[in-house]
Ligand binder design. Sequence first.
Ligand code: FAD
Length: 461
Amino acid sequence: MNFDSIIIGAGISGLSIAYYLKKAGQNILLLEASERVGGVIQSLDADGFLLERGPNSLRGTHELLDLVDDLQLQDELVAAYPKAPAFVYFQKSLHPVPMSPPALIKTKLLSTKAKFRLLREPFIAARKGTSEESLDSFVRRRLGDEILERFVAPFVSGVYAGDPKQLSIQASFARLAEFEMQAGSILKGAIKAARAAKSKHEPPKRSLRPYRLCSFQKGLETLPQAMAKSLGESLVTGACNIELSRISDFQFQVNYEHQNQRETVTTRTLIVATPASAASQMLDRFAPEITKHLAEIHSTKLCAVPLAYRIDQLPHPLDGFGFLAPRDQGLRTLGSIWNSSLFPHRAPEGWVVMNNFIGGETDREAINLSDDELITIVHRDLQTVLGIKGEPKRLPITRWQRAIPQYNLGHAARIAAIEKELSQHEGLWLTGNYLHGVAIGDCLKRGKDLTEEIVEWMSKH
Ligand SMILES: Cc1cc2nc3c(=O)[nH]c(=O)nc-3n(C[C@H](O)[C@H](O)[C@H](O)COP(=O)(O)OP(=O)(O)OC[C@H]3O[C@@H](n4cnc5c(N)ncnc54)[C@H](O)[C@@H]3O)c2cc1C
């Protein structure tokens, strides 16, 4: 059988491109190795608690809202309370992350000296040279040590479970680096970009307020499942031992095993949407230069340790998103998301549930801890921060051996090299969270953008 496009991997990246290509009228096939779709997006009902093993929420971008409408999921969508603050644990108490200039002036998270240091940002000379710089060095240089230690480092623990000394500013927060390069300062660059956007007179894009987070009544997995349903027979799960080869300039062959039978199909375009490590193995036969770069992308190990408590065990109202813990504040837990405060139906009446993360790049050994050890450490940290009384209710722990790709020093150059090599392989595309953003919203957007690129390419070939 011949297809317009075959996509490999049905995480949110693969589902996104498959969904948009099908919507554009293409004859597609989406092959997934496991028996389920969604990749790391995994919602689980455990004893009446609705848990997220991977991501806990996603941003209400216009791509998401359009998708929700298309899939008729409007009644399922739940938005987090927009004012739910995220806290930082600092000097034995929780401080809300300041979200406005007056809040920044008032916050006790920063010393007066650090606040004045922040005001100097527009006057600090831009860095010369174009080599990649670490997030740690960039933020210390432009904004000062306290901003790095009390905001940025805990924040990157929350997004990448990463190490600011290793993360590349050009790869992980490219816009900030661009602002400095183009305007000499982050603030000047941001103002310039806002003015340029305004002068384009584009109608504002529909979105929930930018910081608003969402989920679905039955958890995040609702989204990949609905996308999969809309694909019907274009999706094949349990398709393993996939072998890829090019049989002519504009034809690929895909050979795979399904229900103990080998199947062979052909396609004009091939989109590999697996994690980098799997893509690296699959492309080895006909794109070895790309394979080499993909194999160098490192993903961090991370444990999700959900714990539940009865409300009467908690002196704290849990009125927020949760907290992040800077590494020098005496806690091993990276952060805690207060799921039952954010979204409805996460815990039975009278209970709260929190999802807690431990491990990542600054604590690589945590993945080897036993369940008992993980629970003891996280519970002790929660007791310290929230004053919880008594013991927690144990819930299933998830250990991610490859949780989140690290956009470390050299990543921007590596991705540029991959994209250059890809341009030599007509008809072949890559998508996935290791390319242009790890958030679900980034993966959805990449699927949409790539669809436009592929449809245009096909109209010319
Ligand atoms: C613990 C954790 C917390 C997170 N928190 C958030 C959050 O709160 N908000 C947010 O926006 N993002 C969050 N993220 C990031 C986000 O969830 C991921 O970046 C995104 O879901 C990745 O999607 P993907 O499709 O690129 O990859 P994956 O989800 O890894 O999907 C890849 C798919 O490819 C399949 N596959 C692999 N090998 C093969 C093969 N050889 N053949 C066929 N198929 C194959 C896999 O089975 C899988 O289905 C979190 C991630 C983790 C792990």
